[in-house]
Each structure stands twice: as C-alpha cells, then as structure tokens.
Design a protein around this ligand. Sequence first.
Ligand code: ACO
Length: 322
Amino acid sequence: MTYARIAGIGSYLPEKVLSNADLEEMMDTSDEWIRERTGIKRRHIAADDETTASIALNAAQRAMEMAGVTADELDLIVVGTCTPDKVIPAAACIVQRRLGSVGCPAVDINAACSGFIYGLDYANRYLRTGGGKTALVIGAETLSRITNWDDRTTAVLFGDGAGAAVLQASDKPGILATHIHSNGEYEDLLQTRNGVSLGFDASCTPGAYIEMNGNAVFKRAVATFDSMARETVADLDGHLEDIDWFIPHQANMRIITAAAKKLGMPMERVIATVDEHANTSAASIPLAMDLAVREGRIKRGDKILMAAFGAGFTWGSAMLEF
Ligand code: ACO
C-alpha cells in the first residue's frame, strides 16, 4: 500500500508584528475586546516587498530542507491561497520558478481557509495513484492586502503567513483519510464583494475587502468542525481517543475551544496558535503544525486530525500519521 507521508514541514511569518495595542492606535477597539472574543494577541503583516509567493517560497524551502528534498525532485506543487500575487500565473508557478523546479504541475487552489486541506487531498490522491513520488503542498496568505483597516469587526481577526509540507510516496503510514466539502449557499456570509470578473469598482465600498457575518460564521464553523471530525474518524473505524493531536484551522480561540469541547478533546491535545498568528486562512494549519513539530510536541508516529472551515463555505479534514 502506498501512502503520502509528510517528510518535512516548514513555515514562515513576516517580521512585522501588529499587536492589539497597535490596533488600539488605529481604530476604536481594545486589547481586552480582541482577546476576550477571539483569543488573538498579535498578528504578522507582510512587508511591502513581500507577497504570497515570496512567503510561500520561504516556508517551502524550510519544509524541503527538513525533508532533504531538492527542487528537481518535486512532482507536484500546490498552493492553497485566496490571496495570490496575480490572477495569472498561479502563485504555485511563481514559487516553482523561484525554487528552480521545471516541468512538474504547479497549481493554486482557492478554497479559502480550507486551501491547505484541499491541497493535501489533491496531493494524497496524486501520490497514491502513482502520479509522482514527491509533492509540495503550501498554504500561504497575505490577508492584510484584502483587510479593510477601517472595519474593526474584521480587521482585528487576520494575519499573514505561510506553511508548507513535503509529501512523499511511502510504504509507511502517512495520510490515512481526507474529506473535503463545500456549500456555495453561504456565499454572502463571508466574501469580498468585488473581484476580477465582477470588476474592481473603486466606488463600491468596501470593495475587494473581506466582509463577514461573524455570528453566523461562528455557529456554522463550530457545528462543522464537530461533524467533519466525526466523519473522518468513523471512516477509519477509529475513535477520537486514538488521536494524539487535533490541529483545527486557527480562526478564533472560542471556535477552537467550542469545537474541542463538542468532540470531547482535551485542550492539551489541541494545537492552538491563533493567539500569536491570528487567522492566516490556508496557512494556519501547516503553520501551527510546523511550530508544534519544531517545539518537539508532535513526534514521528503521532496521529493527527486536521480540520478546516472557510469561505464558500468550504470545509475539510485530514487524518494522518506523522
Ligand atoms: N473592537 C471592539 N468592539 C467591537 C469590535 C472590535 N474589534 N468588533 C465589533 N465590536 C462590537 C460590535 O460593534 C458590537 O457592538 P454593539 O453591541 O454596540 O453593536 C459588539 O462588539 C459585539 O459584536 P458581535 O459581532 O456580536 O461580537 P461577537 O461576540 O459575535 O464577536 C467575532 C465577533 C469575533 C467576529 C465572532 O463573531 C467570531 O469570532 N466569528 C467567527 C468568525 C471568524 O472567525 N471568521 C474568520 C474567517 S472564517 C474562518 O476562518 C472560519
């Protein structure tokens, strides 16, 4: 049996940090409100000369270094992002060129916050069916570029960052199951009102910025984390107790805590980095995993359940042995 196994993981956070205190200077908000409602303390913001592809590249290089893989060994590059550098070409192609990789397929997936899980699903199927031996899956976002800094209800929630995983075909267990879903019925609850085909209408406020119905998103997110975690575990005839680590999408500490509680998952087994990174969309899960691996919390052989939820709505989970 061939598995897609994580051979290396890496991440990158821009140097600039925006704390809640900094936001207090910029808008009518408070550190207390942000921490109480979201658990977020600070977020990283890309420098002017940084883009989604450039931060994705930094994360990819770290993952490739851990995996001991060179650019010419890559058979697939997938970037999960909803903030690509350009409409065309894909951020994945820009990363490919900068890595010095030539010829393998390179593609972006826009599944908003679920982009990394969608990428894992794609790479898992690709490697298991003999499409290649090595895949690079990245989640990278510069959400600060679509954040409306005049809207305190969304501006405090997001950050920039990138995380990456190198997957290799292996006879040792790796990804055990993935499930991905979407339901476009919820388009209006979390969106940018403008876009490419709709047009960038400068007179339309708030333009191509993130808009969200926070309360509705909150409720759907908690319910969906619960159902998708159960779906994945049931598919493997397993039990939630078998999971060593739960890595949910890092949107909000209250969503993470509520989802863990519903699943009966003790917080000691939940990886949470939203306090330090805020919501980095598709980057949040690989960023959180990289931190936990490098801190020595997640070890080889540990069973990990990842679950994401984002605009669309999209959602997805992956169960794997590290
Ligand atoms: N600072 C101070 N006050 C604020 C701020 C702010 N940044 N933002 C809103 N408020 C005020 C509101 O104006 C409102 O004031 P009012 O009562 O006088 O009208 C009050 O705080 C309460 O607002 P609510 O929207 O009801 O606050 P709520 O407790 O629902 O928290 C939040 C809002 C944090 C957005 C919450 O709904 C949430 O976490 N939603 C989940 C959405 C999310 O995380 N989305 C991320 C993208 S999707 C994803 O990644 C899954």
